[in-house]
Design a protein around this ligand. Structure first.
Ligand code: GUN
Ligand code: FE
Length: 457
């Protein structure tokens, strides 16, 4: 039996089942020495009082404290780390111009390892400050700075999945920023896999490599095939953009005579826990295929609004049994906050349901029956991310990693108590999810270890 090292006492919200949340009032969560949840004791259960007293006596008890709630750390499954300096910029451009004029020049600067270190360290800290305890990163096209990103996550204590972006097609990428050749891109990705696996083995919380073709339009057939084989050989995660917008959809169809998802599948890039960002154009048949293969969709509601001319139908995806998590898509979305993306996920689903052009008859305006609830969006940001990645994160259940954010609902400039009016657990959770600011997130734990303590700063 593993040894219970510590215990956390307080009130917690989590969403183990899609569609609802659970409120654990005055619960005791016991955590073993590896940072895994050993036991969750609810108030009133036979052993609750005894265990609470024992931990108090032993000095192994952490109390969340008054006006504080524990939420699972967020799982952000789509972040472009080198785009952090341009978060919030140029979002009124179409995707191809945004890439050409802003993103490629910026990402090319990550050949400079010192610059990369400065930006990446800040990004990882800012994400953790907003409660993100697991993040899936796309690095730049540079091997060294991408490995450095993994090392920074390991050092700062964040759980991370890290890829080096592959973009090798000379016809599609600028000379100053692309892989030298398909062979070099595959070789660099293999080096990344080995190095990042090593970093992960030495870490407590886990760091994993990700095979990362940027998207089909920036890659040659040769590199896509090579990356598919590499993913197979190493059993590695894969991430890419899939079906993000009309332009991508048309380009891929023209090139292969089939859509993005089938082309990716045929290159061996759709595997269990492969992470496909966006997917608003995914058809029913493609969705069935994703569900069968265990492929995950990274829903990025902000990028849908800016770049997709469409909103991913998450309600249908979930009905089809597809794994879905939430991504900030920095900087296709402007916000590093998963709170903000939970809000946006709900909002865009409402617009998808009703439509937006009031000059059309109401029953022809939207998709109908497409909204997702706040509890569903909360699930996407936590348990859904964990399920997408096949990692034991996102809920407070035995066997899960203990990743916690402690939210103080009574900060001077962000009081979320509602003056005691409408004070059911659902009301409390809604205020937290809709109104929390970074200042409300006081402490963050990953794998049982305190990685950020704003109270002590
Ligand atoms: N498609 C290819 N590259 C990118 C990127 O950096 N961001 C987004 N949102 N879509 C992409
Ligand atoms: Fe993206």
């Amino acid at each position: 039996m593993t040894h219970v090292a510590s215990a956390f006492y307080g009130s917690f919200f989590h969403a183990p089942v899609y569609g609802s949340f659970e409120y654990l009032e005055n619960a005791l969560i016991e955590v073993d020495e590896r940072g895994t949840i050993a036991r969750v004791l609810r108030e009133g259960e036979p052993e609750h009082a005894e265990a609470l007293a024992a931990h108090r006596t032993r000095g192994t008890l952490t109390e969340l404290g008054a006006n504080r709630y524990g939420l699972p750390g967020f799982v952000d499954i789509h972040v472009h780390a080198p785009q952090w300096p341009q978060a919030a910029l140029a979002l009124d451009e179409p995707l191809y111009l945004w890439l050409e004029q802003r993103t490629f020049p910026l990402e090319s600067r990550f050949a400079d390892l010192d610059f990369a270190r400065t930006v990446y360290r800040d990004l990882v800290q800012q994400l953790m400050a907003r409660g993100s305890t697991t993040t899936v990163y796309l690095g730049s096209a540079h091997l060294e700075s991408s490995i450095e990103l993994a090392a920074i996550c390991a050092e700062l204590g964040q759980r991370a999945l890290v890829g080096k972006t592959v973009m090798d097609d000379p016809a599609a990428n600028p000379d100053y920023y692309r892989d030298a050749s398909p062979a070099q891109a595959v070789a660099d990705t293999e080096t990344l896999i080995r190095e990042v696996e090593g970093i992960g083995r030495a870490s407590r919380q886990g760091i994993w490599p990700v095979v990362t073709p940027r998207f089909i339009p920036s890659c040659t057939d040769e590199v896509l095939r090579g990356l598919g084989q590499l993913a197979e050989r190493y059993g590695a995660y894969v991430q890419t953009h899939c079906n993000e917008g009309q332009w991508e959809h048309d380009v891929v169809l023209e090139r292969f005579g089939k859509t993005d998802p089938y082309a990716l599948r045929d290159f061996g890039l759709l595997r269990e826990h492969s992470i496909m960002a966006h997917c608003p154009y995914l058809t029913d048949d493609e969705g069935e295929m994703f569900a069968e293969l265990g492929v995950a969709v990274a829903h990025c509601p902000m990028a849908n609004s800016y770049f997709s001319s469409a909103v991913a139908p998450i309600k249908r995806f979930r009905q089809q049994g597809i794994n879905v998590g939430l991504g900030t898509d920095i900087s296709g979305g402007y916000s590093p906050s998963m709170y903000e993306n939970i809000r946006q996920a709900v909002l865009v689903s409402r617009l998808l349901e009703t439509g937006v052009d009031a000059q059309r008859p109401a029953d022809e305006r939207g998709l109908g029956d497409a909204r997702i609830s706040l509890a569903e969006a909360f699930w996407l940001a936590t348990a859904g991310g964990g399920q997408s990645l096949g990692l034991p994160v996102g809920t407070f259940e035995p066997g899960q990693a203990f990743d916690l954010q402690v939210v103080d609902v009574k900060r001077r400039d962000s009081d979320l108590t509602g003056f005691g009016v409408f004070d059911q657990p659902a009301d409390r959770l809604a205020r937290i999810l809709y109104l929390a600011t970074p200042d409300n997130v006081r402490k963050v734990y990953v794998q049982g270890r305190l990685v950020r303590d704003k109270d002590a700063e």
